[in-house]
Design a protein around this ligand. Sequence first.
Ligand code: DC
Length: 226
Amino acid sequence: MTAPRKLVIAIDGPAGSGKSTIAARLAKKLGYTNLESGAMYRALALKAMEQPVSLEDAEALREMAENSVMQLDPSGEGNRVLLDGRDVTQRIREADVTAAASRVSAHPQVRQVLVGRQRQLGADGGVVMEGRDIGTAVFPNADVKVFLDADASVRAERRTLQNGPPSAEEAKRVQAEIAARDERDRTRKASPLAPAADAVILDTTRKSIDEVVAEVEGIVKRVAGE
Ligand code: DC
């Protein structure tokens, strides 16, 4: 019997659409590697903040990206992230790095370096890669392309609930942060956040995680010919 083909599964969508959770669960079910491409932009943003290098200096950021080692360790529920050997998993999720990552990722020079790394990571298949441009730019020939979306207010709510019940102030801050990031990610010139022409678009606003995972699993099975 021949081994089943190891597919490349691209999951894209805006912040709070459920990408990370869905991608992690799906990868676990399929025995695939789950890779969070956004963690690379986050790690680079953190390094720029620490050096410091201006978040607008595309050339300096490109050089920094080329000279940095960003490792994604998918052994847990999400990715453990190492930047030049240092564990930055928690730090890169904080609000200041989140905002900086969106700015760093707008530069085509930076994207060129990180997209190249992402292609290497997924070259052998058997991966669920999540991000903003996986189906459009990183793996335009991915076997399965899913674009997850949800109403902005629901996405903001999901984000705040990740850290327990929020104060009204916190909820407002996250809503504003998501709106600003959406705007930047969708309107940038280089690989803006948008569904690939051949992506399946799933609106997760009123769906549970299990429902979405089951739907995506159904798509994967159809493609795999099972
Ligand atoms: O998925 P995330 O929230 O960790 O992504 C952080 C930022 O990185 C996000 O604002 C947009 C950017 N990003 C990107 O431009 N392309 C990707 N494939 C993944 C993330």
